[in-house]
Design a protein around this ligand. Structure first.
Ligand code: HEM
Length: 433
């Protein structure tokens, strides 16, 4: 517990180095098994979902009451909810999401002032929050990140409580962070219910994720139906939690890696300049930025927003990799280790986006920042649109220089980070573009 608390990801690297590809360990909240091998990971995640079920997290997080897509057990309901979510990403909607992401990215870049020092974590939180609230709820709902931050802190504290002895008892208590979160998120609740009402309007032409959830279920275009508006609201919250936190996480490391790799940074700037010329970035440009996409994939490789995937619980006594796994064991697949293994990657510790353009970057299954089917991420097109726009929008104008040489620290804030990331905003050309 001490080692885990001191260095969360380091703990799992240590387990792998010391004991190999599959390691059993015990914690106050039960039996655990960490998996670091791509084939074993595939067996746990993909091949037999009825042997290992994604654990429905019983975090002390009372803000979301209904299970939603992320917590519904694998089976028919999960299949219906998956179909509902993935059909949100039609080419028309993806195009609309890209327009929003690019416009938010350029507002983000314009907000920064030459020569200033900013907290990059707070900046990236705001940019991703603005882009996600607009794509998820629709335009015209100005909402600062305050309610989202309260929601995320409650969820993150829930993780800590979950690992503590007696967590079932603790989660029944009226915990101050939950009570505070419930109060602080009210404006978000109002915006979500408002968006639900708007989506019901017969003339609504909204392209938001929420408009899709409402319209597809109510117009009979989906096999899933919500039993109440609060269930729709909860599904929107599942998307907020699932989308915002990871979107912040990988982007927050961009200045650290780009400032240490000037050739990569120059290549990124050169690509963005070549594609956009002297005009502002446009949504269609995102398809012509393979290097920016490779930079993002490399950030996701070295700093996966889910360093461990959501645990899978063994639903019966079973075996894995030749070892007995007792029923109830939580099996944890660890991308943070797999993404750097020396036997999977050439220069695994190096930040080298080129690997994604050279093909055969890694063996099948060794890279899983978005998890693996059937319970993989359902928002990849939106995640890519927001993140690549953010990288490209910044690269057009600024070079961001972190004040500290240290890697941004893990913690409990949004994006699993802690504390500010003080960063100098240096214009690429005198006075900025
Ligand atoms: C950088 C952005 C993102 C990353 C890295 C990411 C990553 C992930 C990961 C690792 C999982 C869990 C996989 C597992 O434990 O096996 C997941 C699940 C999920 N993600 Fe994302 N995600 C991102 C953005 C989004 C967005 C924008 C949405 C919006 C729709 C979204 C919706 C979901 C949902 C609904 C699930 C649960 C799926 C299920 O349990 O069947 N995510 N995501």
């Amino acid at each position: 517990m001490r080692r885990l608390a001191a260095d969360y990801t380091g703990f799992f690297h240590w387990l792998h180095e010391r004991w190999g590809d599959i390691v059993y360990f015990e914690m106050p909240n039960g039996r655990h098994c960490a998996v670091f091998d791509a084939d074993l990971a595939e067996e746990v995640l993909t091949r037999e979902p009825l042997r290992f079920q994604k654990d429905s997290p019983e975090f002390a997080f009372e803000v979301i009451q209904s299970p939603g897509l992320a917590r519904t057990p694998f089976g028919e309901d999960h299949g219906r909810l998956t179909d509902l979510m993935v059909t949100a990403f039609t080419s028309e909607r993806i195009a609309a999401f890209r327009r929003i992401a690019v416009s938010e990215a350029s507002s983000f870049a314009d907000r920064l002032a030459a020569g200033s020092t900013v907290d990059f974590r707070a900046e990236i939180e705001r940019f991703t929050w603005d882009a996600l609230t607009t794509t998820i709820l629709g335009t015209g709902r100005e909402l600062g990140p305050g309610p989202g931050l309260a929601m995320m802190r409650a969820a993150k504290l829930g993780f800590v409580v979950f690992a503590a002895p007696g967590y079932r008892l603790i989660r029944k208590l009226p915990l101050p962070h939950d009570l505070k979160a419930r109060r602080t998120i009210r404006p978000l609740d109002e915006a979500v219910y408002d968006a639900i009402r708007d989506a019901r309007d017969a003339d609504s032409r909204g392209t938001s994720v929420l408009a899709h959830l409402v319209q597809a279920t109510e117009r009979g275009e989906s096999d899933w139906s919500f039993s109440s508006d609060s269930e729709i609201r909860d599904e929107a919250y599942v998307v907020f939690v699932g989308a915002w936190d990871p979107a912040v996480h990988a982007m927050a490391y961009a200045p650290y890696y780009l400032s240490r790799n000037p050739e990569t940074r120059a290549r990124l700037e050169e690509e963005v300049d070549r594609v956009a010329g002297d005009r502002p970035l446009r949504a269609e440009d995102l398809e012509r930025l393979p290097y920016a996409e490779a930079v993002y994939k490399e950030l996701l490789r070295l700093q996966p927003p889910a360093p461990l995937l959501v645990p899978r619980r063994a639903v019966r006594d079973t075996s894995l990799g030749g070892y007995f796994i007792p029923k109830g064991t939580l099996v944890e697949v660890v991308p943070h280790v797999m993404h750097r293994r020396a036997d999977y990657w050439r220069d695994g510790e190096a930040f080298r986006p080129e690997r994604w353009l050279e093909g055969h970057a890694c063996p099948r299954g060794g890279y899983m920042p978005f998890g693996a089917e059937p319970r993989d991420c359902k928002g990849i097109p939106l995640a890519m649109a927001v993140s690549v726009s953010g990288l490209a929008g910044l690269a057009r104008k600024w070079r961001l220089e972190p004040e500290s040489d240290e890697l941004p620290a893990d913690g409990l804030e949004v994006g699993l980070l802690s504390g500010p990331i003080r960063t100098r905003v240096v214009p690429r050309t005198p006075g900025g573009r």
